[in-house]
Design a protein around this ligand. Structure first.
Ligand SMILES: C[S@@+](CC[C@H](N)C(=O)[O-])C[C@H]1O[C@@H](n2cnc3c(N)ncnc32)[C@H](O)[C@@H]1O
Length: 385
């Protein structure tokens, strides 16, 4: 059923695409698409597939807002050079919205002094406010992205220091990016106030993540994913390898499932946060590797004669060719495949189905009001007869 969208810029904003449909209809559409993606690969999933849901609105813990002459907004759908403006983003969580309000009020009070970046001419100074706010811990950060090639960086740093001094936001950072790249985060950050890391609480565990690194955008749904995976994994393995492991949200949450846990991620911002997470959660059996998952076979992890399980949570382009090879050569007992791109996941599962059977499968609505959905599959090794 159609409905009136809550957001006045819906349809113009490049963010949401489904606010004009009842939430139940959104879920049905996503379910149907998922079933088609899997049936195209001839991988069977149940028609009555379970979809886990949490908050329909106010869920995102990260939003990247470009600046224009009117302050913070989003790009107009299909028009990179145009912006839409609003007082409230309906999918941002309450913490992100609070920081948005503060930055917008600051912008209004300082706009005569601020030099806003022009994306067509690629000149100007202030480009983005990238806001993060952990849903459960309430800790927030804002990173002001400035044009590295501007001659007005010094003045803007002073203005931002003024914002930080009067602001309730715990962590304020400045990132510099080249005029000819469109980036809303960068490892090259200066901390103006607080820290470059923020934390989230997931159940009884604490996770630090870098303000410029990866963290799942919907913590409440992430909790559901963790509970689901814990239930599927049990606690009987010698070795668990979490490939594409980020800051360890899955691997560390599963620390009681195996004697030794190895977490592999190729981004040093994530693995450095991971090292903090080992400390914060007193993990004696967890080790991070900053490495390409493709090189997993070269990390010296000995799986011979061990009961092992792999957790795989790749980016949208799916599992890499050499990772398939690693799985084929080591044949862990079980695979847990987590994906934000079920179409690609279905293709990958088709490849894995030579050696594995898809035993259970569920979807998680990590991204309400958009067409995206997260999925998790439990795959068990086929017995050789
Ligand atoms: C979808 S995220 C999942 C992270 C983590 N499982 C979580 O739930 O927070 C994918 C992760 O894979 C990492 N990544 C991307 N390409 C990679 C590669 N080739 N090798 C290792 N890690 C990679 C990214 O840095 C990111 O942290």
């Amino acid at each position: 059923m159609e409905r009136t969208p809550q957001c006045p810029v819906f349809g113009n904003c490049g963010g949401c695409s489904m606010q004009d449909r009842d939430y139940a209809v959104q879920i049905e559409l996503k379910k149907k698409e998922l079933i088609v993606d899997f049936s195209l690969q001839k991988v069977g999933i149940k028609d009555d597939l379970k979809v886990f849901l949490k908050h329909e609105f106010n869920y995102r813990n990260r939003m990247d807002f470009p600046f224009s002459a009117e302050g913070l907004g989003q790009r107009k759908k299909g028009h990179f050079e145009k912006m839409v403006h609003f007082k409230k983003c309906h999918i941002a969580n309450a913490g992100v919205q609070a920081v948005f309000d503060e930055v917008q009020a600051w912008f209004e009070s300082q706009k005569d002094k601020l030099d806003v970046f022009d994306v067509v001419k690629t000149t100007g100074t202030i480009r983005y406010a990238t806001i993060r706010s952990s849903f459960f811990s309430g800790e927030s950060s804002v990173t002001f992205i400035l044009n590295l090639d501007s001659l007005k960086i010094g003045e803007h740093k002073e203005l931002i220091a003024g914002f930080a001094a009067g602001s309730k936001v715990q962590n304020v950072l400045i990132g510099l990016v080249k005029h000819n790249t469109d980036q809303s985060a960068t490892p090259a950050v200066e901390v103006v106030k607080g820290s470059a890391y923020i934390s989230e609480r997931l159940g009884e565990k604490v996770f630090n993540y870098h303000t410029q690194g990866f963290f799942q955008s919907n913590s409440a749904v992430l909790m559901d994913i963790i509970y689901y995976i814990k239930d599927k994994v049990g606690a009987e393995y010698d070795t668990l390898i979490d490939l594409y492991g980020g800051v360890g949200t899955l691997g560390i949450s599963l620390m009681d499932a195996a004697k030794e846990i190895f977490i592999v991620d190729n981004n040093g911002l994530n693995t450095s946060a991971g090292a903090r997470n080992i400390e914060a959660n007193n993990c004696k059996n967890v080790k991070f590797f900053e490495a390409d998952a493709e090189k997993s076979s070269e990390l010296g992890i000995d799986l011979a004669g061990k009961r092992s399980i792999f957790v795989l949570d790749p980016p949208r382009n799916g599992i890499q060719r050499k990772v398939f090879k690693y799985i084929k050569n080591t044949l862990p007992e079980k695979l847990i495949y987590v994906s934000c791109n079920p179409r690609r996941m279905a293709e990958d599962i088709k490849i894995l189905s030579e050696d594995y059977e898809l035993k259970d499968f569920a979807a998680f609505d990590m991204f309400p009001q958009t067409r995206h959905i997260e999925a998790v599959g439990e795959m068990v090794r086929k017995s050789k007869e």
